[in-house]
Design a protein around this ligand. Sequence first.
Ligand SMILES: [Ca+2]
Ligand SMILES: [Ca+2]
Length: 104
Amino acid sequence: MAGSGNSSDDGAHGVGLPSGDEERLEGLFKKLDRDGNGRIDILELSNALKDSGVHHTYAQKFIEHSDANKSGDVCLSEFIEYVREHEKHLRLSFTHMDKNKDGM
Ligand SMILES: [Ca+2]
Ligand SMILES: [Ca+2]
C-alpha cells in the first residue's frame, strides 16, 4: 500500500449511515476477498462458506443477487450495498461463519 493521502473532505459521506458500519462491512469484505484483488468471486465465497458448512448454492445466490453490474463478481460497493439491505437476513450466516472459525 502506497501513500496515505490527507483527504480534506470533512463533508457528507455515508449519509444516514451510522459511522463504522461501512468499515465493518469492509472488514468482512476483506476477509472474504482472499486474494485481495478487490472483488469477491464465486470461488472465494463458496470456499469461505464451505469452511463454515454453508451450502455452496448460497454463495452462488449471494453473488447473483449482489452483483449489481453483472460482472460476475462482487466489488466492495456492491457488497456493502447488498449486505446493508439484507443484513437482517444475512447476519445469521455470517455470525455462524465467525463462530465456526473460532470454534474449531
Ligand atoms: Ca478476490
Ligand atoms: Ca459486479
